[in-house]
Design a protein around this ligand. Sequence first.
Ligand code: GSH
Length: 213
Amino acid sequence: MKLYGYWRSSASYRTRIALNLKGLGYDYEPVHLVKDGGQQKQPAYQQLNPAQLVPTLVDGDVVLNQSLAIIEYLNEEYPDPALLPTAAKDKALVRAMAYDVACELQPLTNLRVLQYLTGPLGLAEEQKIAWVKNWFATCFSGLEKRLQKHSGEYCFGDAVTLADVCLVPQMYNAERFQVDLSDYPLIATISQRLKALPAFAEAAPERQPDAQI
Ligand SMILES: N[C@@H](CCC(=O)N[C@@H](CS)C(=O)NCC(=O)O)C(=O)O
C-alpha cells in the first residue's frame, strides 16, 4: 500500500491514523504542497488524483482520493478494529460528527482557499486569520454540543471511531492558527486523550519523514 500525503495536511493525517489503527504498513510518498508551486498540481500527480489534493491511497490496482472514502474503504477491507459502530443510528451519528469536521470546517481552511483569499481577493493576512477563526468558532461550537450528548472517553462513547480520526488533525490545525479553545473543553480533553494513543502519536505531523520543523 502506498500513501501520497504531506506531513502537515490534516486529511493525510486522518488517513495515517486510520492505517495505524488497523495496523497496516504502507509506503509514504511525500507530495509537497508548497514547493515547486505545489507538487499536488503537477501532471504526474494529477494522473493519480485529478482533484489536486492529498491524500491519495494506492492499494494494488485501487487508487483512491478523499480521506473519508479511503478510511471507509480500509474499514471494510480490514474490519478490525472497526471505526464505525454497528447500529445504523450510531453509525450515522459518528459519520455526522466526522462530516462536521471534514466537510464543514476543514475545506474552509484549506491551503488553496486561503491562498485565494489573500491572492485574487486581496485580503490582508489578519483578515485571513479572522476568516479561519470564524469558521473554527462556528463549527467547534456545534461539535462541542454534539460531544456533550454523545461522548465518553472519545467522541462517541468509549471506542475510537471515524469521528476521533477527524478530530485530532483538526485540532492540530486549530493550534497552528492559535484558535482559542477555552469554550470547547470536551474537544480539547478528548483530543489530548486521543493524541496519547500510539496510532495517533505515530501519525503526528512532526513524526513524518517529510516534516519540516
Ligand atoms: N476532502 C478532502 C480534502 C483534501 C484536502 O483538502 N487536502 C489538502 C491538505 S489537508 C490539500 O491537498 N491542499 C492542497 C491545496 O489546497 O492546494 C479529503 O478529505 O481528502
